[in-house]
Design a protein around this ligand. Structure first.
Ligand code: PLP
Length: 458
């Protein structure tokens, strides 16, 4: 019988029993190194075996607190019993029939649910895929199909996926694009509303959203006719680019520009969506309704599922225009329906409450910590940007990586994003004790790092 995660005295906190990586983990790492694609980006040697709530147990019996949620995926925590039951029941009934060629009730049920959950009151339709990048591909094709235009505007720092279409929009790290060109033509990147590092050297209080207005005032006047632009793709909070939270006016200004020029506004909520920010969608904080919403990651608590949700008048392509054999698989749909019920019932509120608490505990870090440049976030999507110098804002990328590894050694799983930001994205089930533990560990490790840095050792 499979071993259950063992309760410890502090059963909702980490418990380390071996040096890391432990002996069983080392065996897995050796095999992995030999056979698995080296393109994966592992920050430290966690070899997972069991998951429950916000905890992960590794193959050596070490228990970790997971503030990465499998890259912002396990919204309802690892193996939520209701999600597990829904998966098991569905797997015993029907695993696959392909919604592309046949019907099954849950496909329409989930489509209706997502259409109701998406921002805006108008009628919507839903296309199902298996991953975030597929949701973006579908949105790109749909935008071209609907508008008859071929160009896209996206932002520097954006991450929209790695298939060749989505990759054309992605601009977060050169290695993601290097040697993969030519990518699709007609994608124009402009700077995101990254106020801490405003490329225009303006202040958010009086910049009048120059970074959005530049689309009309420069791009459309000098470079690209607005009538050729199909869509603007935007992450309402930039994820892989550094957990960058734009002012709400930025998103409202994009909406205004899109309305004025017949351009579609596509919100990529693959990382920021599904309750993570304390509202169902991050774009809800700005009160903006996109034309197309892309979601994935959290919606099925770990099963592969994505959705591209569009206004009904936009998603009117003919049969055969776009489809996927596996997209909207019955087992993934069962997991999504169970996850949505849980998130609506309690976890979106928990994300708001725990997110506020987390931010309140981090509030004074820019004053207390010489290397903390900025704390930013909404709900349980929080970034801590590290700098070597608060005046020059020199990016402390190596130090951030070191910090992530130190946290791992103390039983806390976190990941970086951007060049020099550490992101906190626990499952939405996280409790106050776990938030306290994470903050205390990070505080302790950062102090150690800062002392080394001050002594010229880091
Ligand atoms: N869009 C955003 C905002 C993401 O954060 C990601 C993945 O991190 C993607 C798209 C791509 O998702 P996937 O890795 O499931 O293809």
């Amino acid at each position: 019988m499979e071993k259950k995660m063992r309760p410890s005295r502090a059963s909702d906190l980490p418990l380390l029993k071996t040096a890391l990586p432990g002996p069983a983990a080392r065996k897995v790492l050796a095999e992995d190194e030999q056979y698995v694609s080296p393109s994966y980006t592992r920050s430290y040697p966690l070899v997972a075996k069991h998951g429950r709530g916000a905890l992960i147990e590794d193959v050596d019996g070490n228990q970790f607190l997971d503030f990465s949620a499998g890259i912002a995926v396990v919204a309802t925590g690892h193996c939520h019993p209701k999600v597990v039951r829904a998966i098991q029941k569905q797997a015993a009934e029907l695993i696959h029939m392909s919604g592309t060629d046949f019907y099954y009730p849950s496909l329409a049920t989930l489509a209706r649910k997502l259409a109701e959950l998406a921002p805006g009151n108008g009628a919507k339709r839903v296309y199902f895929g298996n991953s975030g990048t597929e949701a973006i591909e579908a949105a790109m094709k749909l935008a071209r199909h609907h508008t008859g235009r071929d160009k896209f505007i996206a932002f520097t720092g954006a991450f929209h996926g790695r298939t060749l279409g989505a990759l054309s929009l992605t601009a977060s790290r050169p290695v993601q694009r290097h040697k993969f060109g030519p990518l699709i033509p007609g994608v124009i990147h402009i700077p995101y509303a990254y106020c801490y590092r405003c490329v225009y050297n303006l202040k958010p209080e009086d910049c009048a959203m120059h970074c959005a207005r530049i689309i009309e005032e420069q791009l459309f006047r000098t470079y690209v006719p607005s009538s050729e632009v199909a869509a603007i793709f935007v992450e309402p909070i930039q994820g892989e680019g550094g957990y960058v939270v734009p002012p709400p006016e930025f998103l409202r200004e994009l909406r205004r520009i899109c309305d004025r020029h017949g351009i579609l506004l596509v919100a990529d909520e693959v990382q920021s969506g599904f309750g993570r920010t304390g509202k169902m969608w991050a774009i809800d904080h700005a009160g903006v309704v996109p034309d197309i919403l892309c979601v994935a990651k959290g919606i099925a608590s770990g099963l592969p599922l994505s959705a591209t949700i569009a206004k009904v008048e936009i998603m009117n392509w003919p049969p055969g225009a776009h489809a996927s054999t596996f997209g909207g698989n019955p087992v993934a749909i069962a997991a999504a329906l169970a996850s949505i019920a849980l998130v609506e019932e309690k976890y979106v509120d928990n994300a708001a409450r725990m997110g506020d608490y987390l931010l309140s505990r981090l509030k004074d870090w820019p004053q207390r910590h010489p290397m903390v440049g900025e704390i930013r976030g909404k709900g349980l999507m929080v970034g801590i940007e590290l700098v070597r110098d608060k005046v020059t804002k020199e990016q402390a990328g190596d130090e951030r990586n070191h910090w992530v590894r130190l946290a791992f050694e103390k039983g806390l799983l976190v990941l970086g994003c951007g060049l020099n930001t550490l992101r906190l994205m626990p499952p939405l089930v996280v409790n106050r004790r776990q938030v306290d533990f994470a903050v205390d560990v990070l505080d302790h490790c950062l102090t150690e790092l800062e002392q080394k840095h001050a002594a010229g050792l880091a």
